[in-house]
Design a protein around this ligand. Structure first.
Ligand code: NAP
Length: 284
C-alpha cells in the first residue's frame, strides 16, 4: 500500500518539503507520497492523533507548531532540550518527535569548516532555528555567541548552553564578528520580500570568516552578497540546511539513505522556477 508522509503547519501551502520528499521517493522508486496539511494551532493534538489512526507514516512540523507539538509526542532527549520538534515518526505505534534542524545545520558546518571543536561561532538570532543550531554547536565544543535584537532572549538562550555568551545587535557586534570563525544568520532578516536587509555588512567581515545564512529565499541573500564583497572564501546558503534537515527526517522514517542530490536539485529548481513566476515559498 502507498505510504503517506506530510508536513503540518499554518500556513503551509507554499512549503518546499513536498517537492523535496516526492523527488526522493521518485528517485528511489518508492510507492509513497508527501502532502502538505494546513493545521491550525488549536487542532494540533487531533491532527497528530488522527495521523496516527489513519496510518500516516511520518510528518514534518513547521511554523507555528514546532514548540506546541512537543506536548503530543514522546520526544527524543535532544528535542526536549531544544524545546521544539520538526519531525514525527509513527513507526513504533506511538508518535515519536525529533528535531532535525540542528542536525541539518551541523552537517552543513562540518562539511564547510571541518572540526567544530574550539571554533568561535556568532549566531544572529535567538528564535527556534537559533536554538536548534546553537545546541548542536555547543555539544560539538564551539564557543558560541548569541547576538539578538531582543537581548533578554539572547541571554536566556546562552544560559542554556555550556560555553556561550550573548550580546545585542549594537556596539560589540563589530568586534565580536572580527574575532569569530563562523557567522550564522538564524534570523528572518533578508528573507523575501525584504531582500535588501542584512544585519551585517561587508566592512565587519574578514576573508577567513565562514558565512552561513539559513534563509534560503532568496538563495543569495544580501548577507551573502556582502560576504562576497568582503572576499569571504566560504559562503553557504540556506538550501543545504533545508535539504539536510529533510534528509535526516527521511532517514528516521524510512531507515533508507536519502538521495541528497535529487532532493537538493528539486529544491533549487523549485526556488528558481517560483522566482521566475514571482510566486514565493515561505516555509520549509
Ligand atoms: P523565529 O523563531 O520567529 O525567530 C526569528 C528571529 O529573527 C528572532 O531572533 C528575531 O529577533 C529575529 N528577527 C526577526 N526580525 C528581525 C529584525 N528585523 N531585526 C533583527 N532581528 C530580527 O524564527 P525561526 O523559526 O528561528 O526562523 C528564522 C529564519 O530561519 C526564517 O527565515 C526561517 O525561514 C529560516 N529557517 C531556515 C531553515 C533551513 O533549513 N534553511 C530552517 C529553519 C528556519 P527577536 O527575538 O528580537 O524577535
Amino acid at each position: 500500500m502507498k505510504k503517506i508522509y506530510g508536513i503540518i503547519g499554518d500556513p503551509v501551502a507554499h512549503s518546499l518539503s513536498p517537492v523535496m520528499h516526492n523527488a526522493a521517493f521518485e528517485e528511489l522508486g518508492m510507492d509513497a507520497v508527501y502532502l502538505a496539511f494546513r493545521v491550525p494551532k488549536g487542532e494540533l493534538k487531533d491532527a497528530i492523533q488522527g495521523a496516527k489512526s489513519l496510518g500516516i507514516a511520518g510528518l514534518n512540523v513547521t511554523i507555528p507548531l514546532k514548540e506546541k507539538a512537543l506536548s503530543f509526542v514522546d520526544a527524543e532527549e535532544v528535542a526536549e532540550k531544544i524545546g521544539a520538534i520538526n519531525t514525527i515518526d509513527f513507526s513504533s505505534g506511538t508518535p515519536v518527535g525529533y528535531n532535525t534542524d540542528g542536525i541539518g545545520s551541523l552537517r552543513v558546518l562540518k562539511e564547510t569548516v571541518g572540526q567544530i571543536n574550539g571554533k568561535k561561532a556568532l549566531i544572529l538570532g535567538a528564535g527556534g532555528a537559533a536554538r536548534a543550531i546553537s545546541f548542536y554547536l555547543d555539544v560539538e565544543g564551539a564557543m558560541v555567541t548569541i547576538a539578538n535584537r531582543t537581548k533578554e532572549r539572547a541571554a536566556q538562550l546562552a544560559s542554556r548552553l555550556h560555553n556561550a555568551d550573548f550580546i545585542g545587535l549594537e556596539g560589540e557586534l563589530e568586534r565580536r564578528i572580527k574575532a569569530s570563525d563562523i557567522l550564522i544568520n538564524a534570523t528572518s532578516v533578508g528573507m523575501h520580500p525584504n531582500e535588501d536587509a542584512t544585519l551585517v555588512n561587508a566592512d565587519l567581515m574578514h576573508p577567513d570568516l565562514v558565512v552561513f545564512d539559513i534563509v534560503y529565499n532568496p538563495m543569495e541573500t544580501k548577507l551573502l552578497k556582502e560576504a562576497k564583497k568582503a572576499g569571504v572564501k566560504k559562503i553557504v546558503d540556506g538550501v543545504k540546511m533545508l535539504v539536510y534537515q529533510g534528509a535526516a527526517s527521511f532517514k528516521i522514517w524510512t531507515k533508507m539513505e536519502p538521495p541528497i542530490e535529487a532532493m537538493e536539485k528539486a529544491v533549487r529548481d523549485a526556488l528558481i522556477r517560483d522566482r521566475l513566476h514571482s510566486r514565493i515559498f515561505y516555509i520549509l
